[in-house]
Design a protein around this ligand. Structure first.
Ligand SMILES: *Cc1c(COP(=O)(O)O)cnc(C)c1O
Length: 232
């Protein structure tokens, strides 16, 4: 089995190749290393190999990991990419740098109120159910513009863009369709609402090439770096 540094390197190579194919600079895509279910030691191994941005799904697991890795905190960003309930917003506002999974105003208001004044505004993305799956969290595409306007007005948040977890498709061409739809939605919101959203959080281990081809600026990659998760 390949080591974490080898997998990290290969992932960076995949990103660079996908950028080259799309005529984009490799710097235009940020790698978010998704460490959910993996122990602090694995995060340390990725950090030693150069990773600086980590994504977590479960608030309590993330808080424990952030505490265990407190010595690495400077220069590291922690991103929440999983669902957030309103009774858990306070530690998230206090300890994270980004939240990708905002899908209602109440959560955004609480995060803004609870963001400590000495920290920079919390970066947030709105999660969109771009494939329209009944089981998935996220806003319907038609709901995004109105919430974007409200979230952009909150003082302690910085609305950065849109996030999605598209349904897996049978081939790369079909996989690009939901990514393209999310990119178009973001462009439309910027044009119509005078916003400057700069982050498209799409692309995971299996579909990062399709996402980059359609304009992803941040790919969230877990299993390609740490191996498969036994259970989640
Ligand atoms: C787990 C997860 C990822 C990473 O998925 P991999 O397939 O392991 O790369 C990305 N985004 C979200 C929202 C996730 O829950």
């Amino acid at each position: 089995m390949a080591t974490i540094p080898e997998n990290l390197y290969r992932t960076q190579e995949r990103i660079a190749a996908a950028c080259a194919k799309a005529g984009r600079s490799a710097q235009s895509v940020t790698l978010l290393v998704v460490s959910k279910t993996f122990p602090p030691a694995d995060v340390r191994a990725a950090h030693a190999a150069g990773a600086r941005r980590f994504g977590e799904n479960y608030v309590q697991e993330a808080l424990d990991k952030i505490a265990a890795l407190a010595d690495l905190r400077d220069g590291v960003e922690w991103h929440l990419i999983g669902p957030l309930q309103s009774n858990k917003t306070k530690p998230v506002a206090e300890q994270f740098d980004w939240v990708h999974s905002v899908d209602r105003l109440k959560i955004a208001q609480r995060l803004s109120e609870q963001r400590p004044p000495e920290l920079p505004p919390l970066n947030v993305c709105l999660q969109v159910n771009i494939s329209g799956e009944a089981s998935k969290s996220g806003l319907a595409p038609g709901e995004v513009a109105a919430l974007a306007q409200q979230v952009a007005a909150l003082p302690r948040l910085k609305l950065r863009g849109l996030m999605a977890v598209p349904e897996p498709a049978a081939n790369d061409e079909d996989q690009r369709i939901p990514h393209r739809a999310l990119a178009a939605l973001q462009a439309q919101i910027n044009a119509e609402q005078g916003l400057t959203l700069d982050t498209l959080s799409i692309g995971m281990s299996a579909d990062l090439e399709a996402a980059i081809a359609e304009g992803s600026t941040m790919v969230r990659v877990g299993s390609a770096i740490f191996g498969s998760r036994s259970k989640t």
